[in-house]
Design a protein around this ligand. Sequence first.
Ligand code: HGY
Ligand code: MN
Ligand code: MN
Length: 418
Amino acid sequence: MSTTHNLRVDGARLWSTIMETARFGATPAGGINRLTLSQEDGQVRDWFRDACEAAGLEVRVDALGTQFALRRGRDMTRLPVACGSHLDTQPTGGKFDGILGTLAGLEVMRALNDAGIETEAPLLLVNWTNEEGSRYAPAMMASAAYAGEFTVEDIHSRRDAAGIAVKQALEAIGYLGDEPVGERRIGAFVELHIEQGPILEAEATTIGVVEGGQGIAWFDGVVTGFESHAGTTPMPRRRDALNGFAEIALAVERIAHAHGPTAVATIGEAVIGAPSRNVIPGRIRFTLDVRDPKAETLDAVESELRAELDAIAGRRKLTIELTRIWRKEPVPFDAGVVGAVEAATRGLGFSHRRMVSGAGHDACNIAALAPTAMIFVPCRDGISHNEAESATQGDCTAGADVLLQTLLTLANAPVRAG
Ligand code: HGY
Ligand code: MN
Ligand code: MN
């Protein structure tokens, strides 16, 4: 497949938007702390809205704050071909996770405007609310609701650690939109993202043609023992929640290794209830994130872990609760859109390889509604969810050019009968 004319994005302009928006939530270490629906998220949303409107896009906001920016096409009866990602970050986030895909979509619109190109089908650029799932669970929250996995009422009522509900947070930054969630239909979705892993860089490969996303299971855990005096309680009489938790953490690690190399498991949060240096911890709350490309491995990890928790609880006279709060099944992307990404990459002459995403993405939810695929570019040392996250202007530009060509292919494809 040849590329459409020799149309290319303006890599320097894309890079400058990434660096310009990094100021919203900038951290001293060079990262971004821009939790969903925070004041900083509100600021970058305003910037994004103004930039989209300046590019002639029609911007709307739905009841979960997701921003939709429409570029009209010659045939407005066709469903729009969508792109985009997210602008919220982890507390120790970087400049590229989600941001590259969202701002590359803006750059595509700008490049088409500069070239005076109108596509047959309209194009749609999306900034999905709360992809990260750090402040409010689950991750990829708004795209999951858009795909019908949660009701808007359920999501609106979810509260963060400070007890602030999603609806309150949306109102506080002026992004409680009036568009019903999921009402707007799309014809296809293509998401550009940094790989967030080491494979592309290790293989000196520019583009990942992503065939799907692995499965994810999230759990909340509570270990309950018995607070008592650090000085007067003999060791054999203790019901120490922290030491019980320590065994849990090592069991999680051991079970994940046993199902390696694909399975991964992470305890990202662990909080002692009412900590005090001279009180034996009586209660620990923790979170657990388990992932694998196969659903049956997620099942096996969960059942083996539950057996271990029973044994630890019995040995240490603790109670241990593990509640699964979210599960995303492994998802295959659409062969046709994957093929379009691969053909665009070939047409541009970039090195590439097929792969499955280790991270969750909004594309993993949208795949249930419309033909979907992803494009990966390398990030330095595979680092992400870390302030040191880094990518090159060349790779970001290459990814944006693959996105541009893929969107042109999909938006100008003849309408399939039926
Ligand atoms: O957790 C994830 O995979 C995504 O970065 N939210
Ligand atoms: Mn992301
Ligand atoms: Mn992320």
